[in-house]
Design a protein around this ligand. Sequence first.
Ligand code: SAM
Length: 286
Amino acid sequence: MTDFQETLYDGYGQRFRIDRVLHEVRTEHQHLIIFENARMGRVMALDGVVQTTEADEFIYHEMLTHVPILAHGLARRVLIVGGGDGGILREVCKHRSVEQITMVEIDETVVQLCKALLPNHSSGAFEDPRLSLVIEDGMRFVADCEEKFDVIISDSTDPVGPGEVLFSENFYQACRRCLNEGGILVAQNGTPFLQLGEVQTTASRMHGLFADWHFYQAAVPTYIGGAMTFAWGACDPASRKVPLDTLTQRLAGSGIVTRYYNAHVHCGAFGLPQYVLQAIGKPSND
Ligand code: SAM
């Protein structure tokens, strides 16, 4: 039996026993492996970094999807950047109010292999008639995009390799340009205990671009280092202050049954630890 040793951090990382390799390939953009682990189910890693596991993907995909869409309240057009495993797409498709979904993924091999080997992630969402799947670099797409969206979800790899450009000022500026009035951008932004610099960099790039920028958190076990932050950029500051009762009603009205997300978790997720607030130069009552 061999092990998968994550290589994201020098001298520190998580190890999975590989019970069975389902597929391993160097795609046009990155190294990909999908393997089985008795405890975490099927696991996909890209360039040595765990992207998603069957066991805990629901936490990440529910929080990166339902927080912006339910905060917005009237999202009709959604853009997903990255997200090749289909987990975000699955959650977005659960919102009947969403009329059009564009997904821009750089690596078609990720989509094909995840459809085949991680079918529970997309659960048929790639067949949703609302979907327009674009195989392209997300940076190039938003730079040239003439369309506008109500919610943009950046579900990228870490800011190394093909994902690096999705953490650039150009990317955030282009996303801001592609948002309708009242629009919201959210983006996976790493675990601040180990990647505080990533959070600080994003904060400095979003500051001045959005009427309201902040972060929210959720602890996803296989994104090691404690809670993961999600970057939040909103055209309307009220989007981050939607009352608990309103969020409760919106979730109930959506008919979506969740395993992690609820209105209390939504509101609490925006409460950040002091060391993160200090790193991004925000007061504790922001
Ligand atoms: N949930 C994971 C995380 O938080 O690390 C991310 C999962 S998803 C598999 C990440 C996706 O981003 C991959 O499918 C990768 O191919 C895609 N990606 C990386 N760089 C990209 C780019 N520049 N444009 C579009 N997609 C990109």
